[in-house]
Design a binder for this molecule. Structure first.
Ligand SMILES: [Zn+2]
Length: 559
């Protein structure tokens, strides 16, 4: 493409309303334009990057015989009601009605629709495996869209679905998809980790996430290099301590602690450190109140709680509810005499002479031991911390922040049973089809890539996904020899099948160089004073070296 006469836009100044590096750079580089909160236009350059990423995905999907189709965004509401997801998604789903009052949703994900398509081809066990995918827009009414393309309300997703006769066959389909995902993320050039994740509301048996490692990531990844245990922190197990605490048990005593309802106040005024304290956290789980006991410096893991109690909703009690249960101000709840179910973290088992609230404003008990109160269950309910060791091998755990760019999921028969996708097996028995589903956030890959690959001058694209592989910058547009040589090389490179950007604008060379750096073109060819001798300069975006070469050697060099 020749810049003059085509759409090309960049801006020098940082973008005011973007809080991530990638959003700022992508807007400045003229790749995307904000339309509204979590809604973006892909401008010509950005659209090319998107297409390149999509093509990598397509090639790898085709290689494992997954067949592409595309579904509409406007979907009948009743299908989602039937699968129970109208309720599960709640306010996250965009809903609308047509002029006749018929109800629709903007598709947040398409399991239901793919089941309908699969019904047409699956009758017997001989009709499987079936693997289908699409690359299409999805819609979720995110309460807090942020970080540019990372959390948006309209987003581009590759979603694939596999249909198999049993778990064993599903495992094969799953593995093929899993391997394809590795190839995709390696080709894109992302630094990523694969971690186990919560199967959550989807109700499947295995969920793994492909996470781009990145400081602004909203997920915390916990990784053990010794045994390759890797999970999302949400499901990371805590290793149970085997050390026996031989401290002598003292008798509990009441301590007057006015206005010390927080751990900070307790430690400042009474020298009670958070590790000596047992917190009593009051929660409402599917409408029923529970108390959870964890060490003062720990965090409750709501995903573990939800799994433990097989609950849909785990929310902290409101201050009003808290005071109704404890008859004390918030911050003074304690396990002694509390008449709701009490679930205690394993770690408390090895604590002695600890501090708890009294359910009485301004008082704590000190020197409390397990024999002082009743509890209903002991379980692993806390977040793993950086001082914990690997629950499997005892090795050191590493914590990283990640942006989820892909997930693979063994879904099982939940949707086939709910929507009636059955087949007849070898013995003529009717059985539900076993499904897998697999997502990739296409535009999110673009953002995550930019988060990982940039410098002060702008984006640093790889040749696989760059909007153009090569730029040719003409230093002086008034010099006919320069213009002619640049044009000649432009045509030659195009004929070789390269994607090339010819910067033929009437601007100072410095301005053009800055633009090429900002938009991240991997190879820059500068046609300047050497043009009369057929000499040009080549510079790679990720290096400061400039190499002078004869125009005839350029192709070899690039190759
Ligand atoms: Zn380990």
């Amino acid at each position: 493409m020749k810049l003059k006469g085509n759409y090309f836009f960049t801006q020098k100044e940082d973008v005011k309303d973007e809080e991530s590096v990638s959003a700022n750079l992508l807007v400045r580089a003229g790749m995307i334009k904000k339309v509204g909160s979590g809604i973006y236009t892909f401008l010509p350059l950005g659209f090319r990057v998107l297409k390149n990423i999509e093509n990598i995905i397509r090639e790898e999907m085709d290689a494992i015989s997954s067949n592409e189709l595309v579904m509409p965004s406007i979907l009948p509401e009743d299908v989602y009601a039937q699968s129970g997801r109208l309720e599960a998604f709640g306010d996250d789903m965009f809903r609308l009605a047509d002029r006749y009052g018929r109800r629709y949703v903007l598709g947040p994900t398409h399991e239901e629709m793919f089941v309908e398509v699969a019904k047409d081809v699956i009758q017997s066990h001989k009709d499987m495996p079936v693997s289908l995918y699409q690359i299409a827009n999805k819609y979720r009414d995110e309460p807090r869209s942020r970080y540019g393309l990372i959390r948006t309300r309209e987003f581009i997703m590759k979603d694939a679905y596999t249909f198999d006769k049993d778990e064993e066959a599903l495992s094969k389909s799953y593995q093929a998809m899993f391997d394809a995902y590795h190839k995709i993320f390696q080709r894109v050039g992302l630094d990523y980790e694969v971690v186990r994740a919560d199967t959550g509301a989807m109700g499947g048996s295995l969920s793994e996430e492909f996470q781009a490692v990145c400081d602004i990531g909203e997920d915390t990844l916990v990784i053990c290099d010794d045994c390759r245990y890797a999970t999302n922190i949400e499901i990371c197990e805590c290793k149970r301590s085997s050390t026996i605490n031989s401290e002598e048990e003292l008798s509990k005593e009441l301590l007057y602690t006015p206005n010390a309802g927080t751990i900070e106040e307790l430690s400042q005024k009474y020298e009670i450190s958070s590790t000596m304290l047992v917190k009593t956290l009051l929660y409402k789980v599917d409408g029923k109140f529970y108390a959870f006991l964890i060490r003062g410096d720990r965090e409750l893991n709501e995903t573990k709680v939800s799994k433990l109690l097989q609950a849909k909703e785990v929310v902290m009690a409101t201050p009003v509810e808290d005071e109704e249960i404890t008859h004390a101000k918030v911050g003074f709840a304690g396990p002694i005499g509390l008449d709701i179910p009490i679930i205690m973290d394993y770690e408390i088992l090895s604590m002695k002479n600890f501090v708890v609230g009294v359910n009485k404003t301004d008082y704590h008990y000190i020197h409390v031991n397990l024999s002082d109160f009743k509890y209903d269950m002991v379980a692993d309910i806390r977040m793993v911390s950086e001082e914990d060791v690997c629950p499997h091998c005892g090795g050191k755990l590493k914590f990283k922040k990640g942006i989820e760019v892909g997930n693979t999921f063994k879904l099982g028969t939940k949707y086939s049973e709910a929507l009636g996708l059955y087949y007849t097996d070898e013995d003529n028995q009717l059985k539900p089809v076993v499904m897998g589903c697999y997502g990739i956030g296409v535009a999110r890959i673009m953002a995550a890539y930019v988060e990982q690959h940039h410098d002060d001058a702008g984006i640093i694209f790889s040749r696989e996904i760059a909007p153009y592989e090569i730029s040719i910058v003409i230093v002086n547009m008034k010099d006919e020899e320069q213009v002619a040589l640049a044009e000649e090389m432009y045509q030659e490179l195009l004929a070789q099948g390269r994607s090339v950007l010819l910067d033929n604008r009437n601007l100072r060379a410095g301005v053009k160089f800055k633009d090429m750096d900002l938009i991240g073109i991997p190879i820059r060819i500068t046609v300047g004073r050497g043009a009369s001798e057929g000499i040009v300069e080549i510079k790679m975006r990720d290096s400061d070296n400039i190499v002078e070469v004869n125009k005839d050697q350029v192709l070899n060099f690039i190759r």
